[in-house]
Design a protein. Structure first.
Length: 470
């Protein structure tokens, strides 16, 4: 299946959220004059040594800047395949030609593959895509331009901003894409899109920035996506999550939606929003359960036309600049976030070196379990973990929500009810249990004395037990 969701757009209807890997547009119009002298370049002092930029090839007019950008960026563009469970009606009499006309037969959950796009922003294999590409995915794979395929997992995702960060499960070092700015875009400047539309990986289209500050409303998101970039670069189902590139090969947006009843009206999330939310999407507290008093931010400026200067600082300050975390250089915010996620639970402190020569140590602590988990352990004698599609895939389960029983204390209320490790709690009394939040609402309402029915899924079958209080 190709990711393409119908949306409502501010003042516009029939918009689809579509995977797009990349967008970079060809330079508008032909070159009217060619000079044999090389074009002036920025002074070496103002250009980082690792910066790559396209050039005008006076010896080969076919080798345009767009061609150079696509060739240079190709290794960092990935096609994403996400396996999800979908509900499908099964005709007990077979799938004949009249089956679509009749709405009968049992509903079953079957696996289906959804395609999207993404791009690598950090050499350890951190990938940016849309949340709707990987939401509820039981299994994720990314494929590089050279055909190499890797499994990946979600590091952090937020449906409100439709962004997600993946981590490729490999120790390899990967090619990356540089991040530009989206707060200085010019209407009409070139864009290029490269992605995985309809499964055609590494497809390239070009266009321009058609408008900025657009707004769309997704059907499953109460808050609209705002400050979007509109582009006429061709974006199709399967392109979701890919980058929108400028004329210098820098990411200026993440393609996320198209208008379904029109041509060449696509939308991308500005890259500045990605930069803003990187520390949240890669939070050590949420990813690794670790806590330390370091909040990161980036100060980013530009030397025209496209030299980006980035400095990592402590959030809420203007310096001094952070040079390294635990000995890992942090030239960009994504590098600093990756260094934070590399901190081990056994460490007592994180060592941060600043550009002014100062060195500080910040204590590392393991976050305590949530109050709901602690209360469930104390009251019911159960160690619980919230089910996710990824956990369901790992344990070979069909159920994707509920609470997984990890341990049971001897002679506890849970043990006397006959619960076993591996059970998934899906109902308590008359109330459906999908999340820890659901359980947190019900725990204070359990009786001091009495009996409460509990439903669990065990080995793919629904079973019932009785919790007896006290």
């Amino acid at each position: 299946m190709f990711l393409c969701r119908r949306l409502l757009v501010a003042a516009v209807a029939n918009v689809f959220a579509c995977g797009a890997a990349f967008a970079v547009a060809a330079l508008p119009g032909p070159i009217l004059s060619i000079h044999s002298d090389p074009l002036p370049q920025p002074a070496a002092a103002s250009t980082p040594a690792a910066t790559w930029m396209p050039h005008i090839d006076v010896g080969n007019l076919r080798n345009t800047t767009t061609v150079q950008i696509v060739k240079h960026s190709e290794p960092a563009i990935v096609s994403i395949s996400a396996k999800k469970l979908v509900t499908q009606r099964v005709n007990p009499f077979g799938n004949g030609m009249f089956m679509p006309q009749f709405n009968f037969g049992p509903l079953v959950r079957v696996p289906a593959n959804f395609l999207g796009s993404g791009f690598i922003i950090q050499s350890q294999g951190y990938v940016v895509t849309n949340n709707h590409v990987v939401n509820q995915a039981r299994e994720i794979h990314v494929q590089l331009a050279n055909g190499q395929k890797y499994s990946a997992h979600v590091v952090g995702a937020d449906p409100a901003i439709d962004l997600a960060i993946l981590k490729i499960n490999s120790p390899a070092t990967f090619h990356t894409l540089p991040l530009g700015l989206s707060n200085d875009l010019m209407i009409g400047e070139p864009t290029i899109a490269v992605g995985n539309p309809f499964g055609y990986s590494q497809s390239v289209s070009s266009g321009i920035v058609s408008a900025i500050h657009r707004q769309i409303q997704e059907p499953d998101n109460p808050k609209p996506l705002t400050k979007l970039i509109q582009t006429d670069a061709a974006i199709n189902p399967g392109n979701s999550g890919g980058p929108l590139l400028n004329a210098y090969g820098q990411v200026i947006g993440i393609n996320t939606a198209i208008r379904g009843n029109a041509q060449n009206i696509g939308f991308a999330i500005g890259v500045d929003r990605l930069e803003k939310y990187l520390p949240m999407l890669m939070s050590p507290a949420l990813v690794n359960g670790l806590d330390y008093p370091i909040k990161l931010a980036a100060i980013r400026t530009i030397t025209e036309p496209a030299t980006i200067h980035e400095h990592v600082v402590l959030a809420g300050t203007h310096g001094p600049v952070i040079e390294s975390i635990d000995g890992v250089p942090t030239p960009t915010l994504i590098d600093a976030c990756a260094a934070m996620l590399a901190v081990k639970p056994s460490q007592k402190a994180v060592v941060v070196h600043f550009a002014d020569g100062s060195v500080k140590q910040y204590p590392v602590s393991i976050l305590p379990p949530s109050p709901v988990v602690t209360k469930a352990r104390k009251l019911l004698g159960l160690g619980l973990v919230q089910m996710t599609p990824a956990l369901a895939q790992r344990y070979g389960m069909q159920v994707q929500s509920g609470l997984l029983v990890k341990l049971i204390e001897k002679n506890s209320i849970g043990a006397r009810a006959g619960l076993e490790p591996g059970d998934v709690i899906v109902q308590l009394g008359p109330y459906r249990i999908r999340t820890l939040h659901d359980l947190g609402i019900l725990l204070p309402r359990l009786p001091a004395t009495g009996r409460v029915r509990i439903l669990v899924v065990r080995n793919g079958k629904l079973g019932m037990g009785v919790l007896t209080f006290p």
